[in-house]
Ligand binder design. Structure first.
Ligand code: NAD
Length: 431
């Protein structure tokens, strides 16, 4: 087995700690704990790519299959320069809980390639996608493991991967991968699904907190796919976003963009690159105040939406969260460390945990798979309507359990998810 993370905080250790805590709370038997606290299997491979200048470069790739007791593994493939096997393991495990908490018949998995697409041409990225699929072609498929886009991968990458898979297997398998382009087996609504899903859960949480969206302010970390669509729907239901932050590739640091009367989503979209990086100079000319990247967490707002990367709310910065904040909706995977969680609990902040808040993406991926398998595609209203029903009912399941047993929302979500997966393992006779 592989290396451990080079990051100071290990996301897999965090995912296991969260699991162990809940396994103890529900008195889960030891064989099931052993089975569920690690992946069923994982693949580590080298991807030799001929670069545009004629040289060869070898990239590292991973695919982790955490658990498939409830259905085929499901999970995105990330392209990121700091990708580690432990990040992929953690994300694979969280996918298992995510599919279980929204009650869709899928298991968990995740993939990653250590690379920086900012520095790769489209041809090099295509070669990487095809090489990745050649390495795992026999271990994935519509009935085994269904990948999807994630950080710095998109519909084009998925189509190259699908094309390579179909060449290898000599037939059409549109259900092999999700997040495909619309018109090439993709579902309408998939692009919006994760961000919109975050806001479906925010809408429900606001009801519990007796707040009206139009009376709330929010601050968002990230300005990529999840953040932009969360902002879009949150603004549509009346909310105001005063701050967003993103990574600045040129400065190799993050910046926050602040506007007291609310950001203009269309204007910021117009000055951001395809990686969700906002042009600083143009933002200044549009009247935005540029703050250090961490400033997003210190804003006087009602709602915080971390929608960038893991490990962004820690024991070091959770104390900077304003007293006004009542709700934290985790758009990103694993943004909050356990010591920060402790502070949030003490402060009484209502947390919508990542694997519930951002489950809209995988739920819509599931709807895409269903459409691909029947080769019939629904209209956008139908897709988003089904997504809303699934997300809302998952939120209600979790919040009712939390209220009934006076639990933190994260624990309630874990209890539901782990119990469902453990039951499936027992029913199959695995443990
Ligand atoms: P993305 O690549 O489209 O956007 C990421 C954003 O985060 C960019 O704006 C980038 O500039 C910003 N960012 C990166 N590092 C940062 C930093 N240190 N500080 C501030 N901003 C920073 O990615 P995405 O698809 O929007 O995914 C965001 C998160 O949501 C990830 O944790 C991902 O795993 C999770 N997620 C994504 C989906 C999906 O469908 N896209 C589904 C579920 C969960």
């Amino acid at each position: 087995m592989a290396s451990v993370s080079s990051k100071p905080f290990n996301p897999f250790a965090m995912a296991q700690a969260q699991f162990d805590r809940v396994a103890e709370m529900i008195n889960l038997d030891h064989p099931t704990r052993e089975l569920l606290r690690q992946p069923l299997r994982e693949f580590h491979f080298a991807l030799p790519i001929r670069m545009d200048d004629g040289s060869f470069k070898v990239f590292r790739g991973f695919r982790v299959q955490h658990n498939d007791a409830r259905g085929p593994h499901k999970g995105g493939i990330r392209f990121h320069p700091q990708e580690t096997i432990d990040t992929v393991r953690a994300l694979g495990m969280w996918m298992t809980w995510k599919c279980a908490v929204v009650n869709i018949p899928l298991g968990g998995g995740k993939g990653g390639v250590v690379c920086d697409p900012h520095n790769l041409s489209m041809r090099e990225q295509e070669a990487l996608c095809r090489a990745y699929v050649r390495q795992i072609a026999r271990a994935v498929g519509p009935l085994q493991d269904v990948p999807a886009p994630d950080v710095m991968t998109n519909a084009q990458h998925m189509l190259w991967m699908l094309d390579e898979f179909e060449r290898i297997h000599g037939a059409k398998y549109p259900g092999f991968i999700t997040g495909k382009p619309v018109g090439m087996g993709g579902s309408v609504g998939r692009t919006e699904a994760t961000g919109y899903g975050v806001v479906f859960t925010i809408r429900e949480a606001l009801k519990e907190l007796n707040l009206r969206a139009k009376d709330t302010l929010a601050s968002v970390q990230g300005f990529g796919n999840v953040a932009q669509y969360a902002i879009e729907l949150y603004q549509q239901i009346g909310g105001t976003v005063v701050c967003v932050s993103c990574w600045d590739q040129e400065d190799q640091t993050s910046h926050a963009f602040y506007k007291a009367d609310g950001i203009d989503l269309a204007a910021l979209r117009g000055i951001c690159d395809r990686f969700g990086g906002i042009d600083k100079k143009k933002a200044v000319s549009l009247g935005y105040k540029i703050l250090p990247g961490d400033a997003w967490i210190e804003q006087e707002v009602d709602i915080l939406i971390p929608a960038a990367l893991e490990n962004s709310i820690t024991g070091d910065n959770a104390g900077k969260i304003s007293r006004r904040v009542k709700l934290l909706a985790e758009g990103a995977n694993g943004p909050t460390t356990p010591d920060a969680d402790h502070i949030l609990q003490e402060r009484g902040i209502f947390v919508i945990p990542d694997f519930l808040a951002n489950a809209g993406g995988v739920t819509c991926s599931y709807l895409e798979q269903v459409q691909s398998n029947i080769n019939y595609y629904w209209e956008k209203d139908e897709v988003l309507g089904k997504l809303d029903v699934k997300m809302t009912s998952a939120f209600i399941d979790v919040s009712e359990l939390a209220k009934k047993n006076k639990l933190f929302m994260r624990d309630a979500a874990y209890i539901i998810a782990i119990s469902r997966v453990a039951q499936a393992c027992r029913d199959r006779g695995w443990v």
